[in-house]
Design a protein around this ligand. Structure first.
Ligand code: UDP
Length: 315
């Protein structure tokens, strides 16, 4: 069943940045998609183009509430994910990650459904192993400002594994690294969106700390392809890293964005937030061996698409 089309699929957080791209890819595959969102960080504009399709339906609900649906497959994408958004209400972020995981797992158990968990590179914290392989346990401050998200997502992984052990739930866990592309929120505070908006407005580019810290940015289309291929395969439940291993510094990112936008922005240094990871880069050998997937879109091409999306949204 799962490898055909016409499955009933639930996407929690389906109106968010990643969730909406997943809904779209599933509809294009011929699946029946229910998008569930409480619109805390999701945006109705992200799914307007899908709303009237017969393969698509929308349910406005918080993932913290028990879910009553019939599903063959669930993608649990619901959680604020940018540091600014998830730190606004840390208790709520933790609840979304943990109670949300319980609710999708209960639904999967009742429906004998498969369930994909959007986990995160944040489970590695400020990593002491570089690049980060899946068997690295991480270095997370349990009482810091990022803990609500990091520990929430770590706890969700624990729950997924325990539901598999105790109840044989058919799980998939993907650890998603920094991703960018159209439908990112303009004001979500992430580095790519901040720099593009600042560059387009010729405002100062805000570099936190020295700008020598690194990230590895994956274009959303590549990421969604990886998530779907991983979720539909039968051999491995994860966790697997999903991301682009090309690592750059924050300063280099600022340069590229200024060149691509033709901006006159100057650099402005600001203080580094607490517990900001110094280096981040996924080791993706596990997923490459498993499904022969690797990112195809270069940073320059992906940024061009993203910049044109932001130009249109800022009109
Ligand atoms: N950052 C920055 N300027 C900004 C926003 C972010 O220098 O305006 C830095 C941030 O300190 C971090 C990196 O860019 O080192 C990525 O931050 P982001 O919030 O996008 O996500 P993270 O990878 O930290 O979860």
């Amino acid at each position: 069943m799962l490898n055909g089309s016409d499955n009933n699929i639930l996407v929690t957080g389906g109106a968010g940045f990643l969730g909406s791209h997943i809904c779209e890819a599933l509809v294009n595959k011929g699946e029946q998609v229910t998008c569930m969102d409480n619109f805390s960080t999701g945006n109705i504009e992200n799914i307007l183009h899908l709303k009237n399709l017969k393969e698509f339906s929308l349910k406005t609900q918080d993932v913290e509430k028990e879910i009553f649906l019939t599903s063959d497959l669930i993608f649990n994408m619901a959680c604020p994910a940018s540091p600014i958004a998830y730190q606004k209400n840390p208790i709520s972020t933790f609840q979304t990650a943990v109670i949300g995981a319980m609710n999708v797992l209960q639904l999967a158990l009742r429906n004998k459904a498969r369930v994909f968990q959007a986990s995160t590179s944040e489970v590695y914290g400020d990593a002491k192993v570089h690049p980060q392989p899946e068997d690295y346990w991480g270095n997370v401050n349990p009482i810091g400002i990022r803990a609500c998200y990091d520990e929430g997502k770590r706890c969700a992984e624990t729950l997924f594994f325990d539901y598999k052990k105790q109840h044989s739930v058919d799980i998939r866990i993907g650890r998603i690294f920094n991703t960018y592309g159209p439908r990112m929120q303009i004001n979500d505070g992430r580095v790519v969106s901040n720099f593009i908006v600042q560059a387009l407005n010729n405002d100062p580019i805000t570099i936190y700390g020295s700008g020598e810290q690194t990230r590895s940015f994956c274009y959303v289309d590549d990421l969604v392809e990886g998530i779907l291929k991983f979720t539909y395969q039968e051999k491995e439940f994860g966790p697997v890293n999903i991301g682009n291993p090309k690592e750059i510094t924050v300063l280099e990112l600022a340069d590229i964005i200024c060149v691509l936008t033709g901006s006159r922005s100057k650099i402005q240094f600001k203080s580094l937030p607490q517990d900001d990871p110094v280096r981040r880069k996924p080791d993706i050998s596990k997923i490459m061996d498993l499904i022969q997937w690797q990112p195809k879109v270069s940073l320059e091409d992906g940024l061009k698409e993203t910049i044109s999306y932001f130009k249109n949204s800022m009109k």
